[in-house]
Design a protein around this ligand. Structure first.
Ligand code: HEM
Length: 125
């Protein structure tokens, strides 16, 4: 990536764990997201830790455990409209701050995730 290996630069798996914890705390309380996420976010958080590790240049943990990400396909069972995309990104933006991910990595990560989130939308309005 533009900034080399973001995973190492932000502090590796400790930073990913802080980020994912801060993120799902918000997801689990967001009215637009509650209807599509499971009540228990333990498994979801674990999958996201594996994915973000790999996505940010760390070890390919997600692919080892779950195979090819095929993220858009894995999201097709859920209605993802612009409101839910914005909600997801809002939770992530706050989580990046709470997890103390510093610049320039915070913006680099948010930009990468914004592109991915746009790609996950499968329902207009
Ligand atoms: C899984 C929603 C964007 C990564 C899920 C699940 C939902 C969801 C409901 C299923 C949870 C579960 O069964 O445990 C959304 C919404 C998004 C969004 C509303 C808004 C655009 C993203 C983005 C990423 C991502 C941008 C990239 C980091 C994942 C991963 C999984 C997942 C890795 C687990 C897939 C698996 O292995 O089963 N998402 N998601 N999602 N999401 Fe998203």
């Amino acid at each position: 990536t533009q900034y080399g290996n973001i995973f190492n630069a932000i502090g590796g798996s400790d930073a990913i764990e802080r980020l994912v914890t801060a993120f799902y705390k918000r997801v689990g309380n967001h009215p637009a997201l509650i209807p599509i996420f499971p009540d228990d976010l333990t498994e979801t958080s674990w999958k996201q830790r594996l994915f973000l590790t790999q996505f940010l240049g760390g070890p390919k943990l997600y692919s080892e455990e779950r195979g090819h990400p095929m993220l858009r396909r894995r999201h097709l069972p859920f209605i993802i409209n612009p409101e839910r995309k914005e909600a997801w990104l809002a939770c992530m933006e706050e989580a990046l701050l709470e997890a103390h991910i510093e610049e320039p990595y915070r913006t680099a990560i948010f930009d990468k995730l914004t592109m991915t989130a746009n790609h996950m939308m499968n329902t207009p309005e």
